[in-house]
Write a protein of this length. Structure first.
Length: 356
């Protein structure tokens, strides 16, 4: 096991800069998830840690060792790829044993490690099948098993579940999390799926355009997004935003007025008479008439079983309410939606930074 430290990490392709001074410390035994939209630099960061890409600037440390000039095979890491990268002409046992054979392990040691990994991943009964005979979930387990037998200091996962169907993704999320709890090895996991990030990581690192936007425990990122982007990216459905003007104890929009709690007054005092972005998560809305509710026009209603997603408009603003109510509603219905001001999020209109 080992700590992974990135210091002022830069990466450019010609004149195009991909990473901008990334600083990140991943603790020994931590499960860290790099999450962000396509092109944010998360996979590039992972590949630099693995040694598959060369940094333009900055340093990578695994433990106390600077590994910038260390070959991938000598970094004591194991990587699980999106496409599994299994050898089609080898059976499962041979695929899992391959890396150990290259390192000249004895047949007995190889057998012990492969059987141990197979038991952990419940693939003992498919050890002598070839990849074409396996389901997507089985192939993913074999790819993970090939990494486990190495017993590396650091595991790297590059969007390993993106080729699986929804049900298998949920199952494999659980399996990988259980694996981490058992092995207690440092793991760095890359995904564009914020649900994966929230459910799997001890800490999530939200990236955008080659910058780290926020790196904290999942609940902290959800409850206190540090900027407009993080608020919009983390959460499903995404956070709603409304431009409002601060007028004393009230937030005023073209179509509504919302009272704010006394606890917000000090933070918003310097914004008196100015516009800010108000963020409200869909799940914080309630169907309730109040002097501080939003009168909305229903555009679409999606019944999800025990709850509904209500796609609404108010003036020029479109937003989503996620309510614990599955009553069918006609398009065009007028609704009153209320959210407690304790659940409001405030962001500076120009910088996008959180106001608190």
């Amino acid at each position: 096991m080992a700590q992974v430290t990135l210091k002022n990490l830069d990466k450019s392709y010609g004149s195009t800069k991909i990473l901008h001074g990334i600083n990140l410390e991943i603790q020994d035994g931590e499960f860290a998830v790099l999450v962000g939209p396509s092109g944010c630099g998360k996979s590039t960061t992972l590949r630099i840690v693995a040694g598959l890409e060369e940094a333009t600037g900055g340093d990578v440390f695994i433990g106390d060792t600077r590994v910038n000039d260390v070959e991938p095979k000598n970094r004591d890491i194991a990587m699980v790829f999106q496409n599994y990268a299994l050898y089609p002409h080898m059976n499962v046992y041979e695929n899992m044993a391959f890396g150990l054979r290259l390192r000249k392990y004895s047949d007995k040691a190889i057998q012990e490690r492969v059987e141990e990994a197979a038991e952990v991943l419940s693939v003992e009964d498919i050890l002598y099948r070839r990849p074409k005979e396996l389901s997507g979930g089985q192939r993913q387990r074999v790819a993970v098993g090939r990494a486990i037998v190495r017993k590396p200091a650091v595991f790297l996962f590059d969007e390993p579940l993106s080729n699986l169907d929804a049900k298998l993704r949920v199952q494999m999320r659980t399996e990988i999390k259980k694996l981490h709890a058992k092995l207690k090895t440092t793991m760095i996991y890359v995904t564009h799926d914020q649900v994966e990030a929230m459910t799997m990581g001890d800490r999530i690192v939200v990236m955008k355009d080659g910058y780290i936007m926020q790196a904290e425990e999942p609940l902290n990122v959800y409850q206190k997004p540090q900027n407009h982007f993080v608020g919009s990216f983390i959460g499903s459905p995404a956070m709603n935003f409304f431009k409002v003007e601060v007028q004393g104890k009230t937030l005023v929009n073209q179509k509504f007025k919302l009272a704010i709690a006394d606890s917000h007054h000090d933070a918003l005092k310097s914004y008196e008479g100015r516009q800010i972005n108000l963020g409200i998560r869909p799940e914080h809305f309630k169907l309730m008439e109040s002097t501080s509710s939003i009168k909305a026009h229903l555009e679409v209603s999606e019944l999800m079983g025990n709850e509904s997603y209500l796609y609404c408009t108010t003036g020029d603003d479109a937003f989503i309410a996620r309510v614990s109510d599955n009553a069918p509603r006609k398009i065009g219905t007028e609704l009153n939606l209320f959210a407690d001001s304790g659940d409001f999020h405030f962001f500076d209109l120009e910088s996008g930074q959180r106001i608190e």
